[in-house]
Design a protein around this ligand. Structure first.
Ligand code: HEM
Length: 416
């Protein structure tokens, strides 16, 4: 264990690395948004991993139901990978603002992997699309798909990408080891070729949550498709039953992995595992199994739509626990408090951010989601109503106005 003067040195080092320019609004806002967007990121990562796994399994199965499910889940996987990446950028922005000394040190120490991350991700994405373009146009959804290797490659590479993120996050939690990693056996290591820290239980926990989350997706899938005139209820009920089992079994597996993660925390985490936040994360994951057992009986018309929102709320609580763990290591042990960041208040940019989020994001998303929802429930070609078309026009105008204010504010600041 480190003595007080060693801890003080680490504290000083972290503060010395902090950006002296300060942050443009209260640090807790960045933190809150970081937790929220991480929960969204990991939800879509889990949907993407789970639906990819179903696509692969179904492509090897001889069962017509599995084949059909595989084809349907491929559509979800390919959208989820895009959403996971887009909503991965957001927590990246927030974490690098409030934990810049930690995030950048961790990135520089493993620079090759950080750069490799993008390349591996591109290949993973390509591999999934290769599979999609090879099989997506098949009219017969029960035919044997081709190029299955590319879908397997995609899933494997996605997991590598996730592991890099996990390692970068783990390295942030060990400021006491940064110098040791940089200076190995008296030789400076500039290469950035190593990933220095990881916890297999923590990684496995986040990945295993793909099972219950994808279970929730399957339950939602039946509810969504059952209103179509051409719904095949035999197939849809089979998919939803599979989903219910996945929620229940997957939550139990994930709870066990969560426990293993808590039992292998570094010493610097103190008694976090038995603290409120340490316990509530695991309890909530287990709660998902109980919720599914109680609320997803029979048709469960309303609760089937609740399965994914419930998964998101559980994800939010786990994301909060994960953030509290970081805080308890960096603040309680190493006395680095992100809350005491210098604030150089910029109301315009803070206001603009939230308004963009709510108005530009809200109107565009509302339009997209309405179209996607209605198209998914329509047999044949979907033609939007005039009201839906008007939603699209409004969203477009809001975006044009946003671009205009962007240039006006920019030019005004420039000529000032
Ligand atoms: C597509 C494959 C991806 C997978 C499987 C994946 C998986 C994960 C996992 C498992 C974690 C949790 C790590 C932990 O707490 O131990 C994580 C965190 C994170 N991921 Fe991803 N991720 C992917 C892509 C991305 C992309 C493309 C970005 C951004 C450009 C991104 C940004 C982040 C951020 C910012 C965090 C949290 C970092 C922190 O709070 O310290 N991820 N990801």
């Amino acid at each position: 264990m480190m003595d007080a003067s060693q801890v003080a040195q680490v504290t000083e080092m972290m503060y010395a690395l902090r950006n002296p320019a300060g942050v443009p609004t209260f640090p807790i806002i960045f933190m809150g948004l970081g937790v929220l967007t991480f929960a969204l990121h990991i939800l879509f990562v889990q949907i993407m991993l789970g639906t990819s796994a179903i696509t692969i399994f179904g492509s090897f199965s001889q069962s017509p139901y599995w084949r059909r499910l595989a084809a349907a889940m491929l559509e979800i996987a390919k959208v989820s990978v895009s959403v996971a990446i887009v909503v991965g950028v957001a927590p990246l922005l927030f974490v690098q603002v409030v934990y810049d000394p930690h995030w950048y040190t961790s990135n520089v120490l493993s620079a090759d992997w950080v750069i490799g991350f993008i390349i591996i991700l591109i290949f993973a994405y390509w591999a999934m699309y290769f599979y999609y373009f090879t099989n997506g146009k098949n009219k017969d959804k029960t035919a044997q798909p081709k190029a299955r290797w590319s879908m397997m490659l995609s899933l494997a590479l996605m997991l590598v990408v996730g592991f890099i993120m996990h390692s970068l996050t783990s390295q942030m939690l060990h400021p006491e080891l940064w110098k040791e990693w940089y200076l190995q056996n008296g030789v400076l290591d500039y290469s950035g070729s190593q990933l220095h820290a990881y916890n297999p239980w923590r990684f496995a926990f986040f990945i295993s949550m793909a099972i219950p989350v994808t279970g929730a997706m399957l339950v939602t899938y039946r509810r969504f498709k059952m209103v179509r005139e051409d719904a095949d209820m035999g197939y849809l009920n089979w998919a939803a039953d599979l989903g219910k089992t996945w929620i229940k079994v997957g939550s139990v597996i994930a709870t066990v992995l969560y426990l293993a993660w808590m039992m292998t925390l570094p010493e610097t985490a103190g008694s976090f595992a038995t603290s409120f936040w340490g316990i509530i994360g695991g309890v909530m994951v287990l709660f998902f199994a109980i919720w599914a057992q109680v609320r997803l009986q029979g048709e469960a018309k309303f609760c089937s739509y609740m399965a994914l929102p419930v998964a998101l709320v559980i994800g939010l609580i786990v994301a909060t626990s994960r953030e509290m763990l970081r805080y308890s290591i960096l603040n309680d042990f190493f006395h680095y408090d992100f809350m005491d960041y210098k604030i150089v208040m910029d109301w315009y940019s803070t206001g603009l951010f939230f308004l963009t989020f709510a108005i530009v994001g809200g109107s565009t998303l509302a339009y997209y989601l309405t179209i996607a929802w209605k198209a998914g429930q329509t047999v044949g070609v979907y033609t939007p109503s005039p009201a839906v078309n008007r939603m699209g026009t409004i969203a477009l105008w809001i975006m044009i106005l946003w671009v205009i204010q962007f240039f006006v504010a920019g030019i005004w600041t420039w000529v000032q």
